[in-house]
Design a protein around this ligand. Sequence first.
Ligand SMILES: [Mn+2]
Length: 322
Amino acid sequence: MNGKRELEKTSQEYLIKISKKLGLKLKYFSNKNGFLGIDNKFSFKEKVIVVPFGLEKTVSYGGGTRNGPKEIIKASHQVELYDEELNCEPYKKIGIKTLKPFKINKNIKKALKKMSQINEEILNKKIFPMTFGGEHSITPGCIAPFAKKYKNLCLLHFDAHADLRESYNGEKFSHASAIKRCLDYKNVSVISFGIRNISKDEILFLKKSSSRINIFWAKDKINWNYNKFIKLIKNKTVYLTFDVDGLDSSIMPATGTPEPGGLLWDETLKIIKLAAKNSNIVGADINELSPIKGFDSYNFLVAKLAYKIISYSFKFNKKSKY
Ligand SMILES: [Mn+2]
């Protein structure tokens, strides 16, 4: 008996050792140097981990997204911690830590694997990952552990582009195929906002997959039916993916492929708030920011957007509300 118990104990220890070895070592910035520049003296148990992942491999027009995470974090130090709409300092209720950047492999498949390992580790701790790209091609890696864990996963997708191409410039994992790669998981569906750039082939795929893809076209935005949106997202497990070119190019020119006719700030917040109130948002990424030297307001917009996404997601969530 004792011998058996002993054996069980050692094999358990062995498994723990192995899983520790397999697991990534998560290293954090001091809170002061991380997202929002939180006072080091403030102690908390984190519910959100910010993941900087500046992958830049497949951009097709302007480059520079690799500098996105660094500039968003820098700009976040100027974001007011008090939220006048929510009447509190959401970070105090939530608890936010920021990972130090990982070395990103030049091979895109290996880089995506690393991204999904990071999120798997975070998800295992029951923590909400907020990832800063980098280009949009990171998203299939980000959602992989969520698609594994949840029976159904709904992507709430903001973008100028449908990103439904099978491949682009010969690359299956291109940023122009980001959503198509996510839909390779059969339990994933998508609701897209702000789309105003789509190819003929993508339209064909869209028609074939209409049960899994719902698009709120930018051209229709004055007439968007928000009740339809609420019905679509009601009680779903949601991962939010935000390509900043979904925003109008007047407020967000700092991106590789800016497009006119996009979302404005208030409209964007309205959609995110409706989603937070009606579903369970479990993780998010913001990508494709390509900082322009001397124009900090665009970096600031993204930093503030990230804080709003986190704040809404917890404030209005039935399980985790504060
Ligand atoms: Mn895009």
